[in-house]
Design a protein around this ligand. Structure first.
Ligand SMILES: *Cc1c(COP(=O)(O)O)cnc(C)c1O
Length: 453
């Protein structure tokens, strides 16, 4: 019997049976490590080739071929690949780079290493990617590049962004760390920019351990990136203006990839397309099951556009509280998690409000690092943006299970967890203390995709 005043329900949060009952192990395990991976890594270990670069070069070549780009350059992580790409593209002191505020910090911080100023733009609420409508009015004579993130696997609006870049003679860097294999109107993420950079760390869709890679068709970008942080490969430098400086890394960085990663990666490149297909099928099935539910909307590309989310890294849905009488997102998530599914409110916190970008003097310039490379008269206030979507979207999206396998019965259990909570949402309204203010974080890895069972 329901207590007086409490609506009758069978929610797990109130002691009912959980909607998710099956063993989940194979569903979320990532990367899937096979005998082939183990063999490839063991060979490197036994040959003592951990710090070499022969296998890494093979990996670069193979990945560049698959993507259809001229040059690939591997890094020890994605953050370094972004730094190398920006230097390669000629970004330096006093330049401005337009970036989305909603992304993992490594999209933006490498600009500081080069003395450049990041200028934040808002994101589109439907895609969570940089909003092309919020770019153009931020362009100044100092603007050199736009960094695009295909956020959570969703390709950004490249047609519009490419037009803007062409109109103002700006370079484009694609941060593809969420979007391995994703297609924008049939063309793969990472093939649009003057350069593209991918993280390949364990949490990403194409996971090889710790690693990153830069792609470009531009010999100058490639050689500048080699000069900057790949000193052992300076014999590849052919350009007249770079040659005299070969021998020492111009950036003072050492960017080489560990060969346990590249050996693992060579196997992963072969297996990933099939795995990606299975993930895409699983995630679309989950979305289909919940497409018509009140209060939630899957975030996925419109059908029939040949736009895809690749490996569906960090998948999110939108939350529409009004359809559930204003039920807070945190309370909703609590309900779903109690059912044994995954429902993490929010996404990355907006970067433009963090003191690293508003006040901090990181290197002792005597003023905020954000404007350290600009004219002395420049005031930081001019660079402190108001970005309404980035500032509020954490209350309007949540992370859903990232299924690695197409196991329909288990996917149905998770969809049922959501359906059950939506059906019984009135029971959650009563004790809704609405802790939404605490939602979001600067990093998703390790906190997410842990099944609660
Ligand atoms: C993970 C990530 C990076 C950084 O990659 P690491 O390999 O972790 O250094 C950069 N940009 C985005 C959007 C990321 O998610």
């Amino acid at each position: 019997m329901a207590k007086e005043g409490q609506i009758k329900n069978n929610l797990a949060l109130f002691g009912g049976e959980r909607a998710v009952k099956s063993q989940q192990e194979d569903m979320f395990k990532w990367p899937i490590v096979t005998d082939r991976h183990e063999q490839a890594v063991l060979e490197v270990l036994r040959a003592g080739k951990m710090s070499g670069f022969d296998i890494t070069k093979e990996f670069e070549k193979k990945y560049a071929q698959l993507l259809g780009r001229e040059y690939g350059l591997a890094y020890h992580n994605g953050t370094a690949a972004i730094l190398g790409a920006l230097y390669g593209m000629g970004i330096g002191v006093g330049d401005e780079v337009i970036v989305p505020s909603l992304t993992y910090w490594a999209t933006v911080t490498p600009a500081y290493n080069l003395g450049a100023t990041p200028v934040f733009a808002d994101v589109d609420p439907d895609t969570i990617c940089i909003d092309p409508k919020d770019i153009e009015h931020r362009i100044t004579p100092r603007t050199k590049a736009i960094i695009v993130v295909h956020y959570a696997g969703m390709p950004a609006d490249m047609d519009a962004i490419i037009k803007i870049a062409a109109r103002h003679n700006l370079k484009i860097l694609e941060d593809c760390s969420h979007a391995h294999g994703a297609l924008y109107k049939g063309k793969e993420a990472g093939t649009f920019g003057d350069a593209s950079a991918f993280s390949l760390m364990t949490g990403k869709s194409l996971a090889i351990g710790e690693g990153g890679i830069l792609f470009t068709d531009d010999r100058q970008v490639y050689e500048r990136a080699i000069l900057f942080g790949h000193y052992i490969r300076h014999d590849e430098i052919t350009l007249k203006e770079l040659k005299p400086f070969a021998g020492l890394p111009s950036g003072g960085y050492k960017h080489r990839m560990h060969q346990l990663s590249s050996a693992f990666g060579l196997v992963q490149l072969e297996l990933y397309p099939k795995q990606m297909e299975e993930i895409d099928r699983a995630m679309n099935y989950f979305c289909d099951l919940l497409d018509d539910s009140l209060g939630i909307r899957p975030i996925r590309p419109p059908k029939g556009t040949n736009t895809t989310k690749g490996g569906w890294y960090y998948p999110h849905f939108r939350y529409i509280a009004q359809e559930l009488e204003g039920l807070s997102l945190s309370r909703f998530s609590e309900g779903v998690r109690a059912e044994g599914s995954i429902c993490n409110p929010g996404c990355n916190k907006p970067l433009h409000l963090h003191p690293l970008f508003t006040t901090m003097d990181v290197y002792g310039h005597g003023r905020p690092t954000r404007i350290a490379g600009l004219d002395e008269s420049t005031k930081i206030d001019k660079y402190i943006e108001k970005l309404p979507v980035a500032e509020s979207i954490n209350l309007r999206v949540f992370e859903v299970p990232w299924f690695k396998r197409y196991l329909p019965e288990i996917i149905e259990e998770h969809a049922n967890a959501y359906k059950k909570v939506i059906k019984n949402y009135k029971a959650l309204l009563a004790d809704d203390t609405g802790k939404d203010a605490e939602i979001g974080g600067y990093s998703s890895f390790f906190s997410s995709q842990k099944n609660t069972q």
